[in-house]
Design a protein around this ligand. Structure first.
Ligand code: ADP
Length: 330
């Protein structure tokens, strides 16, 4: 996840929900992508290091468990940059230019933030992130899928060029909510200003939800509602227990519940769901030494794995690398 600030509930439903399950089953590597955050960020703000810490706090407060998973920071493992350079030599420009997420973001964010080489090469760096750990499953939201498709091609091209299977096949794994809609029914994203953050205070959550647009075909409470066309109902389906959702659907169609009632019930629900997460966050904020220690340990483990993969990569490519490494004799 990119170090662009505090996480929102779209990040939770689109990715973290899977991470929490995966950490129980697999050997997981969870990375704060601070290099990736530089691709579209305003670097003069100097918020990168702070944002990295905010992501770590969010992860630990939702239940990412450093005893189960390796939690680390991309830039602390220089092999990411090294493998990126090598893979970029094998990447067709057409692959990058055709990437739909690239085209969309170019349009949304404009030349100032996206007219740089690093942004164009985003999927190549992401492929390096995945391949360094020989990952096979990449739990992400839908917007990342095209990048990973391209990354699969690239990893295949590397293997076939050198005739060795250094990198295993990998695939994107999506949650049932791979594209959560935001307060305005567009994809929830910080750059659209339509998010609720995991650490957002209850007053702000309620105010934002109260302003949500509901069913435009129901101007008065006495009119029957169309829950299928209502963003508040869509959020209820994600956050409210199934039995209650059925009652809301019935009472909205029957004009018993007003949109205002539904919004307040949703706000109650979101606030209650986030309460234990925010309590944990406050504890962690008072113990930043612990948070930094988690990252330090994760970085040490990630470096070990990445160094091993890079030795193998240098060997097959024929790069000298470190002069005292066995690669030099190659
Ligand atoms: P953002 O898009 O907010 O800048 P990132 O690009 O760092 O955040 O995304 C972190 C993870 O969260 C990625 O796996 C991404 O696919 C996922 N994600 C982001 N926004 C959403 C959303 N609205 N719905 C589902 N998943 C999302």
């Amino acid at each position: 996840m990119r170090a662009t600030g505090r996480l929102h509930i779209g990040n939770y439903f689109g990715a973290l929900a899977n991470w929490l399950e995966f950490q129980k089953k697999y050997d997981c590597f969870f990375m704060v992508a601070d290099y990736h955050a530089m691709t579209t960020g305003d670097l003069s703000q100097k918020t990168l290091a702070e944002n990295t810490q905010q992501i770590l706090l969010d992860w630990l407060s939702v239940g990412i468990d450093p005893a189960e998973a390796t939690v680390f920071v991309q830039s602390a493992v220089p092999e990411h940059a090294e493998l990126f350079v090598i893979l970029s030599m094998m990447t067709s420009l057409g692959w990058l230019e055709r990437n739909p997420t690239y085209k969309e973001q170019r349009q949304e964010l404009g030349d100032k933030y996206t007219g740089n080489l690093g942004f164009l090469g985003y999927p190549v760096l992401q492929t390096a992130d995945v391949c360094l750990y020989k990952a096979t499953k990449v739990p992400v939201g839908e917007d990342q899928k095209p990048h990973l498709e391209m990354g699969r091609e690239l990893a295949r091209r590397f293997n076939s060029t050198f005739g060795v299977n250094v990198f295993p096949e990998f695939e994107a794994i999506l949650t049932p909510t791979p594209k959560m809609l935001g307060l305005d029914r567009r994809k929830m994203s910080k750059s659209y200003g339509n998010v609720i953050e995991l650490s957002e205070n209850p007053d702000s959550i309620r105010k934002k939800i109260q302003k949500m647009v509901t069913d435009v075909r129901r101007p008065r409470k006495e009119d029957p509602g169309h829950p299928e066309d209502c963003n508040v109902f869509y959020w209820h389906q994600l956050l409210t227990p199934g039995e209650r959702v059925k009652e809301i659907e019935r009472d909205c169609k029957g004009a018993i519940l007003s949109c205002w009632d539904n919004k307040n019930a949703l706000a109650d629900r979101v606030i209650a769901w986030l309460e234990p997460i925010q309590r944990k966050r406050r504890e962690l904020e008072a113990n930043l030494d612990y948070v930094n220690d988690v990252a330090r340990k994760g970085i040490a483990k990630a470096r070990e794995v990445a160094a091993k993969t890079m030795d193998e990569v240098r060997q097959v490519v024929g790069l000298w690398g470190k002069i005292d490494s066995p690669t030099a004799a190659h």
